[in-house]
Design a protein around this ligand. Structure first.
Ligand code: 13P
Length: 250
């Protein structure tokens, strides 16, 4: 059994002091190793998160985006080794907002996955189709292409080096949740593809999360779907009470 992963992507919310306040309210409610809890604060709040997580080191921290180079003239970017030094152990790669707002490509996703793994970060690779792609019957083509590109960044001898999140773009921040049938189908496609490319052992180890308008009142239903190993929560992860209720569903 893969332990459930409950991840919060704060996007561009919660500076350092809001981050401290969040942890002071959220951390005391979680004292066990399960479910696995991951928080992706803005980069500027990572150190505050690492400090205020305090006695709950089992709450994992991640960065929302990395650059693939270790250092250099890349204004505004952060390298994998820097975010490790700031306390992160995970990195979102290929989030739909990176792809669709900032033009991140599959080739960059591959480079970022390789850079993350090279520095000991676990990449959480996000894939998902737009509404037009879904209407055009292209869900499988799109998510398999995105997954394949990410896997090119994973060395053959890597054991359990990635997490995957299926986040249909049309369900992010819209209040629209994919039906449990849609989620089961997409997660099944991803699991099958992992097996085809890397074999059954690898495929069984990779946690596949669902993201897109996950809330306290739909988390349990989504977490019960076959091949859903966790959730990646945006808006509802900002409030400690609501994120705690989602985590209690895991
Ligand atoms: P929402 O939960 O706000 O829809 O965001 C989902 C998401 O993009 C998480 O990465």
């Amino acid at each position: 059994m893969r332990p459930k992963v409950i991840a919060g992507n704060w996007k561009m919310h919660h500076g350092p002091s809001a981050t401290r306040k969040f942890f002071s309210e959220f951390s005391p409610r979680f004292d066990g190793a399960e479910p696995t809890i991951l928080i992706f604060p803005p980069a500027i709040s990572l150190l505050a998160a690492a400090d205020s997580r305090g006695s709950r080191p089992e709450i994992g921290l991640g960065i929302q985006n990395i650059h693939w180079e270790p250092e250099g003239a890349f204004t505004g970017e952060h390298s994998a080794n820097m975010v490790v030094a700031a306390g992160a152990r995970f990195a979102l790669v290929g989030h739909s907002e990176r792809r669709h707002v900032f033009g991140e490509t599959d080739a960059q996703v591959e480079l970022k996955v390789a850079a993350a793994i090279g520095e000991g970060l676990t990449p959480l690779v996000c894939v998902g189709e737009t509404l037009d792609e879904r209407r055009g019957g292209r869900v499988e083509e799109v998510i398999v292409r995105q997954l394949d590109a990410a896997l090119l960044g994973v060395a053959e001898d890597a054991k359990n080096p990635i997490l995957v999140a299926y986040e249909p773009v049309w369900a992010i921040g819209t209040g629209e949740t994919a039906t449990t049938d849609d989620v089961a189908e997409a997660h099944g496609i991803l699991r099958r593809r992992l097996r085809e490319i890397r074999g059954d052992g690898f495929a069984q180890e990779v946690a596949i999360l669902y993201g897109g308008s996950v809330k306290p009142d739909n988390a349990a239903e989504l977490l019960a779907v076959t091949d859903v190993d966790g959730v990646l929560v945006g808006g509802a992860s900002l409030d400690p009470e609501s994120f705690a209720r989602i985590a209690e569903s895991g």
